[in-house]
Ligand binder design. Structure first.
Ligand code: PLP
Length: 392
C-alpha cells in the first residue's frame, strides 16, 4: 500500500485543522515526509533487525543508516549514538550511569531543569551516597557561571567527582545555556557534563565534536518526528555499563527489539530539520517577534520572560493578572487556541511552574508559553492576538 501526497497532507494536523496549535515546545506534529519515510517500516519491512535473513538485514540496515545520519549531523561517530524511548529515558540513563559507572558523587544542576532531570537527581540525592547542589541563576534564568565554577572548585577540592547536568535550552522560558563554556569548566574540574538538549537538537546546528560534553539527550517529537524515540549521545572517552539488560541490541547497551520505524523517523526528521534550518529558523524567529510586537502594541502591561537571545521557538508571556486572565489558558482552549501555562501560582490542583517559582516570578502575572513551528502562520498570530484582546 502506498500513500499519496494528498492523503499525507490531509492527515497532517497543522495543515488541516481549525484549531491553532501554539504549543510546539510540548510536542510537534509529525511532518508528512517523516511519516512517508517511516511507513515502509510499518508495513513491508517488518523484520526484526536481529534476524539474520533478508527481512532482518533490511531493518538492521535502516537502523544503522539512521544512526550514521544522526551521528554525522551531530559531528560524532555512529558508535556514540544510542537510540532510546525519548528524552526522559536518555536523561535518566545519563544521570544513573554517571553515578553508577563513572564515580560521580556530587550533582550540580539547576532548579529550572525539566522534571526528567530534576526528579532523577532528587531520587539519587535521596537514595545513594550522592549530594546535590543547585547552581545560582540570574534573574532572567541564565546560570551564574561564576557560581558554577565556585561549586566545581569546592566539590573537587574536597575530593568529590561532579556530574554537571544543565539543559541547553529551557522548555518554558527558552533561556539558552552557554554550553561550550560550561563544557570547558567541566573539563577544567574533570567533571562529567550532561546536557538535556531536547529543545535544541533539530532546532540548532550542534557540533558535538566542538563541545566538551559527555552525554546529551534528544527527542524526535520536538522536531516533527515521532513520539517515543530519542537518542542518548555517550562520549567515546567514557565507558558505561548497559542501561537495559537482555538481548544484544544497541551494542549490548539497551536491550529490546528496536523501534525501527521510530528510529527511521528520528533520523529523517533531523535530516529535514537541519537541511531547512536557515529558512525555517528565520521564519519562526520572525513569527515570534511579530507576536511579541503585536502583544506589546495591543495588550497593556504585557511583558516577556525570554530575552532577545532565547530559543527562537518559545515566547513566554506575562499578562497582568485580572479576573479574566486568571482563566486565560482555559479560555484560550475554549477558543481553540492551544498554549501552555507556566504560572507561579499554586492554587487548586495546579501546582504551578517550578521554573516560574525558581525565578521568583511575580504571581500578579498570568504566564502563557506560546511556542511555534514551521506550520504556524502570521494569520494565526493575528487571530490569537485578536482573541487575547478580549480575554485579558
Ligand atoms: N527535557 C525537556 C527539556 C523537554 O522539553 C522534554 C519534553 O517535554 C523532555 C526532556 C522529555 O522528553 P520526552 O517527552 O521525549 O520523554
Amino acid at each position: 500500500m502506498t500513500i499519496t501526497e494528498k492523503e499525507l497532507k490531509d492527515n497532517s494536523l497543522p495543515m488541516n485543522d481549525f484549531r491553532i496549535y501554539f504549543d510546539n515546545a510540548a510536542t510537534t506534529a509529525m511532518s508528512p515526509e517523516v511519516l512517508e519515510a517511516m511507513l515502509p517500516y510499518m508495513t513491508q519491512h517488518f523484520g526484526n533487525p536481529s534476524s539474520i535473513y533478508s527481512y532482518g538485514r533490511e531493518t538492521r540496515l535502516a537502523v544503522e543508516n539512521a544512526r550514521k545520519s544522526v551521528a554525522k549531523i551531530l559531528g560524532v561517530k555512529p558508535g556514540s549514538v544510542f537510540f532510546t524511548s525519548g528524552g526522559t529515558e536518555s536523561n535518566n540513563t545519563a544521570i544513573a550511569a554517571s553515578i553508577r559507572d563513572l564515580g560521580c558523587d556530587h550533582i550540580i544542576t539547576s532548579p529550572i531543569e525539566h522534571h526528567a532531570v530534576l526528579h532523577t537527581v532528587e531520587h539519587y540525592g535521596h537514595t545513594a551516597n550522592v549530594e546535590v547542589s543547585y547552581v545560582a541563576l540570574k534573574e532572567d534564568g541564565h546560570i551564574n557561571l561564576e557560581d558554577l565554577e565556585l561549586q566545581l572548585a569546592k566539590q573537587t577540592g574536597e575530593g568529590r567527582k561532579c556530574l554537571v547536568s544543565l539543559m541547553h535550552a529551557n522548555n518554558e522560558i527558552g533561556v539558552l545555556l552557554p554550553i561550550k563554556k560550561v563544557g570547558e569548566l567541566g573539563q577544567k574540574y574533570k567533571a562529567i557534563f550532561h546536557s538535556d538538549c531536547v529543545q535544541t537538537v533539530g532546532h540548532y546546528p550542534i557540533n558535538l565534536s566542538e563541545i566538551h560534553v559527555h552525554f546529551i539527550s534528544a527527542s524526535s517529537h520536538k522536531f516533527h518526528g515521532p513520539k517515543g524515540v530519542g537518542i542518548l549521545y555517550v562520549n567515546e572517552d567514557i565507558n558505561i555499563k548497559p542501561f537495559i539488560f537482555g538481548g544484544g541490541q544497541e551494542r549490548n547497551m539497551r536491550a529490546g527489539t528496536e523501534n525501527v520505524y521510530g528510529i527511521v523517523g528520528f533520523a529523517r526528521a533531523l535530516e529535514i530539520a537541519m537541511q531547512d534550518y536557515e529558512k525555517e529558523s528565520s521564519y519562526i524567529r520572525d513569527l515570534k517577534l511579530y507576536m511579541a510586537n503585536q502583544l506589546k502594541q495591543y495588550i497593556p502591561g504585557v511583558s516577556f520572560n525570554c530575552g532577545a537571545d532565547a530559543l527562537y521557538t518559545v515566547l513566554s508571556v506575562c499578562f497582568p493578572r485580572t479576573d479574566r486572565s486568571e482563566f486565560l489558558l482555559m479560555n484560550l482552549d475554549i477558543n481553540n487556541i492551544c498554549a501552555s501555562g507556566g504560572s507561579a501560582c499554586s492554587s487548586g490542583a495546579d501546582a504551578g511552574s517550578h521554573v516560574m517559582k525558581a525565578l521568583k516570578k511575580d504571581d500578579r502575572y498570568a504566564t502563557v508559553r506560546f511556542s511555534f513551528s514551521k506550520y504556524n502562520t502570521k494569520e494565526e498570530v493575528d487571530r490569537v492576538v485578536e482573541k487575547l484582546k478580549e480575554l485579558v
